[in-house]
Design a protein around this ligand. Structure first.
Ligand code: AMP
Length: 304
């Protein structure tokens, strides 16, 4: 099974307390698609301008990401700039230049309409709804969101939620959307808005997974040096979607599948933060991935 990934492709400029890099490959769909491609075939729907470097296109192709749904249009590619604070956990958005992204209407090539696993990366909820309008009957829809959409497009987001199986968001966004301080209460309230499952990310503290009567807490892989947290959330959810596509080919997707999927997501995300942009993901080997997964399991297992 392949994963359909829809979202942003960007050229990111990232400042950290020790470094400053310009026009790096970024965007929610970029991280999501590359992460999913570690596990399964990927179909990508996104938009870039004619200035988008060929080398990045070739990288997607090398990862066997299908680009039939990539729109390359006159104009400039979306640019985003952010600065991380001393703790590397919080960041300020310095600029958002939408450019061609401003008029993006995701259009699904006919071959994508039957996709079974769908990852609606971080784009406006109106566009996420528009993607679902073009689909037959996906088996499992995952949606990511951000504070911006909760602020400016809440009605569209609330219309989307009953149409998705899993909502992925961070702690701050969960509090903002529900008005609840307590994350367990927030998780329960988010389920009442429609999604069967909620993955609530807590940055370097891992994530909480909520199901009907099920709950799973997953730590983050402990790291001493974090170079660039950009895209960690998108990598997490991309790997999660790819894992489901590769491992849940028949029958219902269960909470047990999702538990394993979030651990794979956390492991791949932990590699992503070890370098800027997708530099670490470009180099990570299947052996390194398996090794860290086993290490993670050994660190978190206990016998009653
Ligand atoms: P994350 O670190 O998971 O929040 O994702 C960061 C990525 O989101 C960056 O690579 C940005 O290019 C992208 N991004 C930032 N703002 C937006 C936006 N308004 N819409 C879509 N993507 C965005």
């Amino acid at each position: 099974m392949s994963v359909l990934v829809v979202g942003s492709i960007a050229l990111d400029s990232i400042k950290t307390p020790t470094a400053d890099h310009r026009e790096l490959l970024g965007g929610s769909a970029t991280y999501g698609a590359v992460a999913a491609s570690f596990f399964s075939p990927v179909n990508l729907v996104a938009i870039v301008g004619e200035d988008f470097p060929k080398a990045h296109i070739e990288y997607f192709q090398a990862r066997k990401i299908d680009l039939t749904g990539l729109q390359i249009v006159p104009g400039k590619t979306f640019r985003w700039a952010g600065e991380y604070h001393e703790d590397m956990n919080t960041r300020t958005t310095l600029s958002t230049d939408l450019n061609v992204f401003e008029h993006f209407t995701p259009k699904l090539p006919p071959a994508y309409a039957g996709a079974e696993i769908v990852l609606l990366g971080n784009i406006g909820p109106d566009l996420q709804n528009h993607v679902l309008d073009q689909m037959k009957r996906p088996r499992f829809v995952i949606a990511d969101t951000m504070n911006l959409w909760i602020n400016i497009a809440k009605p569209e987001l609330l219309r989307l939620l009953p149409r998705v199986d899993m909502l992925v968001l961070n702690d701050e966004e969960a509090r903002q959307l529900t008005g609840e301080k307590n994350l367990i209460t927030a998780g329960r309230k988010l389920r009442e808005l429609g999604p069967k499952y909620i993955a609530l990310k807590k940055g370097e503290h891992g994530c909480l997974l909520f199901g009907e009567n099920e709950f799973f807490t997953c730590g983050a892989f402990p790291l001493e040096s974090i170079f660039d947290p950009t895209g960690a959330g998108d990598t997490f959810v991309g790997a999660l979607a790819g894992y489901l596509a590769a491992n849940c080919t028949e029958g219902e997707i269960t909470f047990q599948h999702l538990r394993r999927a979030v651990v794979h997501g956390s492991v791949l995300a932990s590699f992503n933060v070890e370098d800027f942009s997708l530099e670490r993901l470009r180099k990570v080997t299947p052996e390194e991935l398996d090794g860290r997964y086993d290490h993670f399991r050994a660190m978190t297992a206990f016998h009653a």
